[in-house]
Design a protein around this ligand. Structure first.
Ligand code: FAD
Length: 469
């Protein structure tokens, strides 16, 4: 039998159920990856993420080739053209069955529904899998049978229901019979490098992802609880881009971490337990996206915040995007995003809270800008993180809890080492002044003045939120 594995957010051989089941059932396999230009733009996906995907596809193609599995990659106009094109490709290659792993998102769900209809009409069998999170989306429910909207009880339920059987991972794919594929797609994925990210930070491929995981688990995870909030220490795994495009699976990450902790989720090495908690956050936000489709439609999770009167000031938004707010920690963080395509978690919270509270700008603008620039852009986690920071989301920080970027800087970058890495013009400032340079020094260090007064803008945000209540 000939099988088609339609790859999407699962660019790997290891722990890829669509590929392993196809391997069990088919003599010949072809893999397909389609990039929809229209959806890529409307979903605000970053150019750097596309760069990362194309590099990973080229790497994966080499691994698949050794197994006699061709990988066809193609660019198509939009999701609407997919059903016909998949059916045509399948017919031309005598495909009996298509396999894929589900993605989250309304557009993606509708696309897959249409593909299923077309395959049924064409009498081609299909099978899909849920591999992005441990439990099938929407199956972990409260005592009242409702989806969770708060993280802590979700995590409790996740842990109660978890067993090591959830981590049965298939990684060996056998060599298949040669498949001389007829490629019915016309357009190759074209990529114009239009970003400032140093890609040597993000080597492509499964081996690179596994090595990164191994290094983190062997050298950093024990101090994770302590080091994870200090941006200069780089005490986190930086595995998020690999998870976002599926070069490594969440289950592989959890399994390797548990192996080092006698398979304990809540006892033993505190760093490992804390790290797995963070992966459960990822699962939580994916469940939110699944169970509350409004978050994918530009709506706040907490509908009572729908009528908040956000401000709009183009100059302020530009200063925030360009890292020119006059607050060194915010500006250094935004430059980290520009040059690494990634930002430390603590800083994501600080810059998002500054944007939505001190500047009182709509979280959707910040959310889109992050997606346009993150190599690890993931709708569910990004939307969840932005809505958490804006107090419009799940488990929301109360609106009156507003991070002060100067205090955050003093607490988490006390000597300003992170700031100085991205803003070398501030290198001469001492440990006290680095967090908020005094106005008389700004000219000589070529640094902008603060775009907003922290105290009055904080009170303004509290008033606006209070009035909305
Ligand atoms: C405003 C905002 C936007 C964000 N946007 C994204 C995004 O687009 N993509 C993304 O993957 N994460 C996002 N996050 C979550 C988090 O910042 C990143 O996952 C983390 O910084 C990635 O670095 P790491 O791999 O070193 O994380 P580690 O600390 O090593 O954590 C391991 C993994 O756990 C998951 N994780 C960790 N923290 C969170 C979290 N708070 N929420 C959800 N999952 C988490 C990630 O998959 C991460 O790779 C966002 C957070 C905020 C506050």
């Amino acid at each position: 039998m000939n099988g088609l594995v339609w790859l999407r957010s699962d660019l790997r051989l290891d722990d890829n159920p669509a590929l392993s089941i196809a391997d069990n059932e088919c003599e010949k396999i072809v893999c397909l990856y389609l990039l929809s230009e229209e959806e890529w733009k409307t979903h605000n996906n970053a150019n750097v993420k596309l760069d990362f995907i194309t590099q990973n596809l080229s790497n994966l193609s080499k691994g698949l080739k050794k197994l006699n599995i061709p990988l066809i990659t193609a660019s198509i106009k939009n999701f609407d053209s997919i059903p016909n094109q998949i059916a045509e490709f399948s017919k031309s290659n005598n495909i009996s069955k298509c396999y894929w792993s589900n993605e989250f998102g309304i557009d993606e769900h509708e696309r897959d529904q249409k593909v299923q209809n077309m395959l049924e009409i064409s009498q081609i069998d299909y099978q899909f899998f849920d591999e992005q999170i441990v439990f099938k989306p929407g199956t972990l429910l409260t005592g009242q049978g409702k989806p969770f909207s708060v993280f802590t009880p979700f995590k409790k339920k996740w842990i109660e229901n978890f067993s090591i059987d959830h981590l049965e991972i298939e990684s060996d794919i056998t060599v298949k019979k040669n498949f001389n594929v007829i490629n019915t797609f016309n357009n190759e994925i074209s990529f114009v490098q239009d970003h400032d990210v140093d890609m040597s930070l993000w080597p492509a491929g499964e081996l690179a992802a596994k090595t990164r995981l191994e290094n983190f688990l062997n050298h950093k995870v024990s101090n994770y609880s302590k080091d994870r909030n200090d941006p200069i220490l780089d005490g986190t795994s930086r595995i998020s881009p690999y998870l976002a495009v599926g070069v490594i699976s969440n289950r592989r990450c959890i399994l390797e971490a548990l192996k080092l902790n006698n398979f304990e989720l809540q006892a033993g090495n505190k760093g490992i337990c804390k790290w797995i908690d963070e992966i459960i956050w990822r699962e939580f936000y994916k469940n939110i996206m699944h169970s509350f489709p409004r978050v994918s439609m530009n709506q706040p999770f907490n509908m009572s915040t729908k009528s908040i009167q956000w401000r709009y000031n183009e100059e302020e938004i530009k200063a925030w995007k360009d890292g020119k707010t006059g607050f060194p920690l915010i500006d250094a963080a935004m430059l980290q995003l520009k040059y690494e395509g990634w930002m430390h978690n603590r800083l994501r919270m600080v810059v998002a809270m500054f944007f939505t509270k001190n500047l009182l700008h709509d979280w959707r603008i910040g959310e889109a800008f992050f997606m346009e620039n993150l190599i690890d852009g993931d709708f569910a986690s990004n939307n969840g993180g932005w809505q958490w920071s804006a107090s419009t989301g799940t488990d929301a920080a109360p609106y009156f809890r507003i991070f002060n970027p100067v205090t955050q800087s003093q607490n988490f970058d006390s000597e300003g080492r992170f700031i100085k890495k991205y803003l070398p013009q501030l290198a001469s400032l001492n440990d006290r002044e680095i967090h908020l340079p005094s106005p008389e020094h700004l000219y000589e260090i070529n640094y902008p003045s603060q775009i907003v007064d922290l105290k009055s803008s904080r009170l303004r945000a509290i008033e606006v939120f209070k009035a909305n209540k």
